[in-house]
Design a protein around this ligand. Structure first.
Ligand SMILES: NC(=O)c1ccc[n+]([C@@H]2O[C@H](COP(=O)([O-])OP(=O)(O)OC[C@H]3O[C@@H](n4cnc5c(N)ncnc54)[C@H](O)[C@@H]3O)[C@@H](O)[C@H]2O)c1
Length: 388
């Protein structure tokens, strides 16, 4: 058997199991934009889930949303509070823009409702701590919506590190970006300060951090020196060239580029760079350097799914510098979104722990927050995370 195949013997992912639909979870959807539709499409495949309520701040949006997705009998509300006050729910999907992730999640937890929270977890470390505190005091779970966690190739990154093949990891460079890719697909909620709050950092930065931090066991971040910029987003010519309204540059209020140097507990140093737009295709692959070997993970444009190509392990075999290609794993299991939502539903039904827990993503958010604070202060800062 090839050395790498030992890590994933059957080269397949989990199979969809038959679901007992005799007891149904009562689920509500908060925010009925683009990502909410992906949640609803997956919930609809689950006979043990009933979508009973939905809320959106924009009048008429939730109604049109459920009509388009052909879900009947959903009670509609003008915001998360009125929905959670009126309904007895088991779980909600928080699918709002970044700015309201924390308030919706904390409110739901305080009503005794489990939360599947879209990424990024929220927009500041303080908000992340509020979420963790609410989760603890109510004994409910929050799972953060990182669907790449369910991708077999992404899982290989963690398996390779845990196999010991790289020895002790001491340096990681991660991140990436797009030459042209400021997201304004159906509106401007990603780029406005009052809705997105943080930009490339929140949108794709959190994913690239999750891939490597998860692989090395989510060590606590200690210090960060970072900065964020907005040269492309503030340029009307950028949007004109993209066929978008030039005034998007006026309302652009977030970062389109960020970079940082982060010290992690356990001695790992992390270099991070993320970009929605730049005059370059990619700032480089992710690399994980260890005392016995190194892993190269080809860069990807979007970070929301899988790795950018076959990974390579650099190591010594019989004293000779050798490169081992890790083949891409193609599996025909249920999609990543299905798995992210199903794993949450299973955890709620069975009283299990969150598949993507806030205890980990708190550290991810602490780094994003540290980059913002370090950028504002124009110096390295210490990251202080109280025990909860
Ligand atoms: N996992 C993924 O692959 C993925 C993909 C896209 C977006 N996202 C994340 O999903 C989130 C939403 O993105 P989107 O593109 O759907 O945004 P969107 O702007 O299209 O939709 C968000 C909706 O939430 C509503 N909303 C905000 N606060 C609310 C509240 N308190 N009560 C009720 N409704 C409220 C808004 O009115 C809006 O309609 C973002 O945080 C984004 O990062 C994740």
């Amino acid at each position: 058997m090839h050395e790498m195949d030992k890590l994933n013997p059957n080269n397949v992912g989990p199979k969809e199991k038959a679901i007992d639909g005799s007891v149904k979870l009562r689920v509500g959807i908060i925010g009925t934009g683009w990502i909410a539709a992906e949640h609803v499409k997956e919930y609809k495949k689950m006979p043990d889930v009933e979508i009973v309520a939905g809320a959106d701040l924009i009048s008429g949006k939730a109604e049109a949303f459920f009509k388009r997705l052909e879900v009947d009998g959903v009670k509609l509300y003008p915001d998360h509070k009125s929905m959670l006050d009126a309904e007895k729910l088991d779980a909600v999907s928080v699918c709002t823009y970044n700015a309201t992730h924390a308030e919706c999640t904390v409110y739901a937890l305080d009503k005794g409702v489990h939360v599947l929270l879209e990424k990024p977890m929220c927009v500041t470390l303080e908000e992340a701590l509020d979420i963790v505190r609410a989760e603890k005091r109510n004994n409910k779970i929050v799972s953060v919506g990182f669907q790449p966690r369910f991708d077999a190739n992404m899982q290989m990154v963690k398996k390779i590190v845990e196999s010991g093949e790289l020895g002790q990891v001491y340096y990681i460079r991660t991140g990436g970006g797009r030459r042209r890719g400021i997201p304004t697909p159906f509106g401007t909620s990603f780029i406005q300060k009052d809705t997105g709050v943080i930009g490339a950092l929140a949108d794709i930065g959190c994913y690239s951090l999750d891939m490597v931090l998860n692989a090395v066991g989510y060590p606590k971040p200690l210090t960060v020196s970072g900065y964020k910029l907005d040269y492309f987003g503030k340029n009307p010519e950028y949007f004109k060239a993209e066929g978008k309204p030039a005034h998007y540059a006026d309302i652009f209020g977030v970062d389109d580029f960020a970079a940082a140097f982060v010290r992690l507990e356990g001695g790992i140093k992390l270099d991070f760079i993320i970009s929605w737009a730049m005059h370059l295709d990619t700032p480089g692959d992710t690399v994980i350097l260890g005392t016995k070997g190194a892993l190269r993970i080809p860069s990807t444009n979007d970070w929301a799914g899988t790795v950018g190509g076959p990974m390579k392990i650099y190591h010594e075999v019989a004293g000779v510098g050798t490169e081992t290609v890790v083949p891409i794993i193609n599996k025909n299991g249920p999609g990543l979104f299905y798995q992210k939502i199903r794993s949450f539903v299973e955890a709620v039904k069975n009283g299990g722990s969150a598949p993507v827990p806030t205890s980990q993503i708190l550290y991810n958010q602490a780094i994003l927050d540290g980059i913002v604070k370090s950028s504002d202060a124009e110096r390295e800062i210490e990251i202080t995370i109280p025990e909860i």
